[in-house]
Design a protein around this ligand. Sequence first.
Ligand code: S3P
Length: 163
Amino acid sequence: MKAIYITGFMGAGKTSIGDKLAEALNVQVIDTDHYIEQKVGEKIAAIFSKHGEQKFRAYEQEFLKELPTTDIVVTTGGGIITQAENRNWMKQHGKIIYLHCEIELIFERLKDDTTRPLFDVQQREKTIQLFHERLPLYREADFIVDTTFKNIDQIIHEIIEWL
Ligand code: S3P
């Protein structure tokens, strides 16, 4: 099986859905953010604050390419699609599944989150703008699931039907 790359905005449920999908397909799952944290030895928030977003993007690009490209579900950071090189890599090596989720639900889910440097619940307009800027890039995926009103089992079922 070629790699499956799960994309979507912060708080869209990529990690929980990716974990469950990998289990259903009986393949390993790797989360790009966790992988970066392990390789660098620092939390994502610390990488952003100490080295800046650009350095984080460089790590993201470098480490994406280290991951296996067969028999794997890769859950990605929400900004992975901002770099054309990453989009091309994922298209070339596997299938990209975009998990769409309405921004209002994302605000609800992440209202107490302090781990995501680019998600600012106090600056709604800025976050909404980021979401809309990225939408066309997310939509370049091979398959799109609108997860907003679905439970995890329905989402997994939809993905497996498509595969
Ligand atoms: C980011 C999303 C985060 C993480 C980093 C940047 C983004 O991952 O990679 O904070 O640019 O959207 P999640 O989508 O898992 O929150």
